[in-house]
Design a protein around this ligand. Structure first.
Ligand code: NAP
Ligand code: GLV
Length: 309
């Protein structure tokens, strides 16, 4: 029984070696390595080619090399009966918390304007409200969103969150469902998207949503590129409706060289690194989940069938 890995980047060999060390009894190979496809029972995937899993008739489980499973579900020929395990864990949460706090603070303290003033040798003393007067809204109160909400609250921000089902999180104003979306947006000076990508959330960051935010609001998208309607964002920034955007994820990654986001003065581009999973910490979580699956024990990261995230 062997394991196949698809990760289309420079860290592929590192992933293979690390998973092999963590799972010595299971031969691990990369997608294009030669081997017996009928022996493959486990697949660890990041953006595999559509239809590619049909090569493995004895596959038992799919592991998403990440918290999101949208890249797995995007395959129209996905063997739908297979269970899917996503990857979560302390390191993933820690890294996202660092990213979100860093960028909320950057926008709150208006660092983009101060950095832009430096080459002009301009002594730009901006007066900021204290954090308790800055309202931050987190879209998605799952593993990552709830953790970020609490971290921002601990810094002193006035934090709210929005999720599908109702949450109760101490110190956080929680909104739920489409009916409460407007009220949530109205009080989000800095909006952070940590939603999963589903049919319900695709394109959610659009002109209509921006119009519901306070004037001069900022957005941070650390979820998926397809949440954002890019043209609507450019129009909202250029029209002065929004003050700034921090984007970690894009429709096409890497972001094409000629994309207008690269040199837009109100956009900060980060290369999908908000919480980049690495073979050491990520490998440990994946190996632990696979072992539990193989031993027939419950796996907390098992995706509920049909939920879509
Ligand atoms: P999660 O635990 O599944 O949480 C998702 C949250 O979104 C839940 O609170 C869920 O509500 C809410 N939600 C889902 N559909 C909704 C809808 N239609 N309306 C309102 N709320 C909705 O996910 P997570 O682990 O926190 O991860 C979130 C996403 O972050 C991932 O899917 C991935 O796309 C992204 N991510 C990005 C990076 C990066 O490096 N940029 C790294 C890791 C993850 P309920 O609680 O009611 O279900
Ligand atoms: C990264 O984007 C993830 O889903 O973990």
């Amino acid at each position: 029984m062997s394991l196949i890995i698809h990760v289309g980047n420079a860290r592929a060999q590192w992933w293979k070696e690390h998973l092999q060390t963590l799972l010595p009894e299971i031969p691990c190979r990369l997608w294009n390595d030669p081997g017996d496809d009928t022996a493959v029972h486990y697949a660890v995937l990041w953006k595999h080619p559509p239809g590619g899993l049909l090569r493995f008739p004895n596959l038992e489980v799919i592991v998403s090399m990440g918290a999101g499973i949208d890249h797995v579900l995007a395959d129209p020929e996905l063997p739908r009966h297979l269970p899917i395990i996503r990857t979560t864990g302390f390191d993933l949460t820690q890294r996202m918390r660092e990213y979100v706090c860093l960028h909320v603070l950057r926008l709150h303290r208006r660092l983009p304007e101060i950095e832009a003033a430096q080459p002009r040798r301009e002594w730009l003393q901006l007066v900021n409200p204290p954090a308790y007067e800055r309202r931050v809204g987190i879209m998605g109160l799952g593993n990552l969103g709830a953790d970020c909400a609490l971290a921002l609250k601990a810094i002193g921000f006035d934090v709210a969150g929005w999720s599908k089902s109702r949450k109760e999180i101490a110190g956080i104003t929680c909104f739920a469902g489409d009916g409460e979306r407007r009220a949530f947006l109205e009080r989000s000076d800095i909006l952070v998207c940590l939603l999963p990508l589903t049919d319900e959330t695709r394109g959610i960051l659009d002109a209509d949503l921006f119009a519901g935010l306070p004037k001069d609001a900022c957005i941070i998208n650390a979820a998926r590129g397809e949440h954002l309607v890019e043209a609507d964002l450019l129009a909202a920034l250029d029209g002065g409706r929004l003050r700034a955007a921090t984007l970690d994820v894009f429709h096409k990654e890497p972001l094409p060289e000629d994309h207008p986001f690269w040199d837009h003065p109100k956009v900060l581009v980060t290369p999908h690194v908000a919480s980049l999973i690495d073979p050491v910490a990520g490998g440990k979580a994946i190996a632990a989940n696979l072992r539990r699956f193989i031993e027939g024990e419950p796996v907390a990261d098992m995706v509920e069938p049909g939920r879509g995230y």
